[in-house]
Design a protein around this ligand. Structure first.
Ligand code: ADP
Ligand code: MG
Length: 459
């Protein structure tokens, strides 16, 4: 009967608080005993951490729903953790673990290190400082990363790299790790994506392995966390991470984060964690300029043992405006096409491949009127609406989209674009472009809309 009550309770909570709460926390506990005389229910949690968490956050939910399901007016809930009961001098590792006080024996550390790298903390050997092309768009991030690799934990801690997708953040994270490990193979460097970190934490809770989880992070010398923005709105994981952060930081262990935005702009990030992330140095990466793009293309071609002529490199660099990942992808397709069709590399060939890829050609045949007309038709606005100063949300977005397409599809200046759309200044156009690009990363519907608009404009 108790089991039925518990299953009913879980389905109610799934409805009310969402299945993540159930999967992460409630499935880890069970109803131990129901004392009908005392109207007391005893809930057993696998460890103190889970017990404290559930007690702090979900007691009211337990009281309200269990009372109803057990047909009583009020109910008393007693939480206990099985490990506490089994041994009062419990071996539970507290979530905050003062690193500097606890020396982990070398042998244990090596074994753990081996296990860690064998899991998913492996560094990608292709991402090195030597093959990272430096230009004005990434020089600060690069310089800071090199200096951290020289002196981990000493200078900039934590180090926070942020910027748009495909601009080299992951590459730099791995490069830091690779450089440190090359110099000191005993150093435990651990690369982790935030997604995996979150999943790992959830499964640690589920399977009562929080102490193993903690121990693993405790012995790390350099922690590289990629895409920390994905921790947004994950309250429990943020809590665990906050403590891991503090311990590593106190132990002067180097922590490096990457994110698509600055900590303050990560939505749903707890204030105290946000301020931790901002403690050290933050450096952003931008889209590379033409010269850097050409240098990147030449370097990447070299890695494929190809010699890329300057004019072709310049042509590709001019055509691909989005990011380095796209640039690299376009190059690989061009090289593959040339090799498969046994044709020499040429601008015509590159043009053919890029056109097929759907990278729109910058052409003077596309003019502002045509772009504006297509955007207006799509969103049912008039040109005068686009040119107005109205900040109505939908209209603003349509205007920004027009600016985006004008910048992407024509070679006209920002000033000209701004002036065509009702005397907006160039910074408004840059802002619009960045905003649309940011949304494009996240929103597949918008990607489809843009593709359709581009096709229509070029038709
Ligand atoms: P992000 O993590 O910012 O989304 P990545 O680090 O995954 O971007 O980079 C995408 C691709 O572009 C990778 O293959 C990376 O090697 C390459 N790349 C990015 N910036 C550079 C650069 N400055 N020099 C060489 N390769 C780069
Ligand atoms: Mg990345």
């Amino acid at each position: 009967m108790l089991n039925d009550v518990w299953q009913n309770f879980l389905s109610i909570i799934r409805e009310e608080a969402g299945s993540r709460v159930v999967e992460t926390w409630l499935k880890a506990v069970k109803l131990h005993k129901w004392d009908a005389d005392q109207k007391t229910i005893v809930v057993e949690a696998p460890n103190k951490f889970v017990k404290d968490w559930i007690q702090a956050k979900y007691t009211t939910l337990f009281q309200v729903h269990l009372a109803r399901l057990l047909h009583v007016d009020t109910i008393k809930i007693t939480f206990y953790s099985s490990s506490e009961m089994a041994d009062s001098s419990t071996s539970l590792v507290p979530l905050t673990f003062p690193l500097q006080n606890k020396k982990i024996p070398g042998k244990v550390k090596n074994a753990l290190a081996h296990k860690t790298t064998k899991n998913y903390g492996r560094l990608n050997p292709l991402y090195q400082f030597e093959n990272f092309v430096v230009g004005p768009s990434n020089s600060l991030a690069y310089a800071a990363a090199c200096s951290i690799a020289q002196d981990p934990g000493e200078q900039y801690n934590p180090f926070f790299i942020y910027g748009g997708s495909g601009l080299g953040k992951t590459h730099l994270l791995h490069a830091i790790g690779n450089a440190i490990q090359k110099r000191d193979s005993k150093s435990v460097v651990f690369y982790q994506t935030t997604d995996r970190f979150v999943n790992e934490f959830i499964s640690a809770i589920r399977f009562n392995k929080v102490h193993v989880f903690q121990q693993k992070y405790r012995m790390i010398d350099v922690l590289l966390i990629d895409d920390i923005q994905f921790i947004s709105n994950k309250e429990q994981t943020q809590e665990a991470f906050f403590h891991i952060f503090n311990s590593l930081y106190d132990g002067r262990k180097q922590i490096v984060f990457s994110s698509d935005v600055f900590p303050r702009d990560i939505k749903g990030l707890e204030e105290r964690l946000c301020s931790r992330l901002e403690w050290g140095l933050a450096a952003d990466v931008h889209k590379p300029h033409l010269e850097t793009k050409i240098a990147i293309l030449k370097r990447k071609a070299q890695l494929h043992h190809e010699d890329l002529p300057d004019d072709i490199a310049e042509f590709i660099a001019q055509e691909v405006v989005s990011n380095v990942r796209e640039l690299e992808g376009s190059l690989v397709r061009i090289l593959a096409f040339a090799s498969l069709t046994k044709q020499p590399l040429s601008i015509e060939l590159a043009q053919k491949v890029l056109q097929r890829d759907g990278v729109p050609q910058k052409t003077t045949a596309v003019d502002f009127d045509r772009i504006a007309a297509c955007v207006c038709r799509h969103y049912s606005y008039r040109l005068s609406d686009l040119r107005s100063n109205s900040r109505a949300k939908d209209l603003s977005f349509a205007r920004q989209l027009a600016m985006y397409l004008m910048k992407k599809m024509t070679s006209r200046s920002l000033r000209e674009i701004g002036s065509f759309l009702g005397r907006k200044d160039h910074s408004t156009v840059i802002h619009a472009f960045d905003r649309v690009e940011e949304n494009v990363q996240k929103d597949s519907t918008l990607r489809t809309t843009i593709k359709r608009l581009e096709e229509e404009i070029l038709r």
